[in-house]
Design a protein around this ligand. Structure first.
Ligand SMILES: Cc1cc2nc3c(=O)[nH]c(=O)nc-3n(C[C@H](O)[C@H](O)[C@H](O)COP(=O)(O)O)c2cc1C
Length: 195
């Protein structure tokens, strides 16, 4: 049986190498629509999607993220992806969105209990929609980690993200510049059927 949704779910991979081309507005709108049509707790629909294609804005965010991580220290207890962000930022080579031409930031209301759950549903819908129309995407967590960082927050405020919003996640998006890798076998995620 061919089922396009199940195939898309299994074949989607995170993309970390992009061409320079910015996807057409119509393609971005399809991806965002998929995010907006995600379910939300109590039908709250309180996600806020900020779709950035402006190169100067992307560059200023990258510079701020790199600078703020370069000021941090890590030790053996630091989450490995954060330690990696710090290490590459100190080296000066860090691009937290892998040179993607588009970044979609997803925020939600601070203090709302389903903020992360609703936003994750939206991000997942967008990843699948992107894959289904030939775009590549990767969840990007750095702005979530820097949610309380004042320098980054100042930039986000200028993009229309209010102080009462928390950054739940973001998506690097664009055309992949390399062939998609094979589906990643899942060996974790325990399943028990109680019959
Ligand atoms: C909550 C979450 C946070 C993630 N954060 C990052 C990130 O900051 N940078 C990154 O390159 N990938 C990130 N990823 C992507 C994962 O590394 C990736 O989904 C995982 O390795 C499985 O690979 P696949 O997406 O190709 O199936 C994140 C994924 C999730 C679900």
């Amino acid at each position: 049986m061919t089922n396009i949704i199940l195939e898309t779910i299994v074949n989607r991979r995170s993309t970390r190498k992009f061409t320079e081309a910015t996807p057409e507005k119509e393609a971005l709108e399809l991806v965002v629509k998929a995010g907006r049509y995600a379910p939300s707790g109590g039908n709250s629909q309180s996600c806020h999607f900020v779709v950035i294609t402006n190169r100067e804005v992307l560059d200023s965010l990258k510079a701020a993220v790199k600078h703020e991580f370069s000021l941090m220290t890590s030790d053996e207890n630091t989450y490995k992806s954060i330690a990696n962000s710090i290490r590459l930022s100190k080296k000066g080579t860090y691009d937290f969105i892998y040179n993607a031409p588009v970044l979609i930031i997803v925020t939600n209301k601070k203090g709302y209990g389903n903020a992360m759950a609703d936003s994750s549903c939206a991000l997942m819908n967008m990843m699948l929609a992107a894959d289904s129309i030939g775009l590549g995407s990767c969840w990007i967590n750095q702005l979530h980690w820097l949610d309380d960082n004042s320098a980054v927050r100042e930039l986000l405020l200028k993009l229309g993200i209010d102080d009462d919003e928390t950054v739940c996640g973001s998506l690097a998006l664009g055309y992949p510049s390399v062939d998609k890798a094979a589906p990643l076998e899942r060996t974790g995620n325990q399943v028990d059927y109680i019959e």
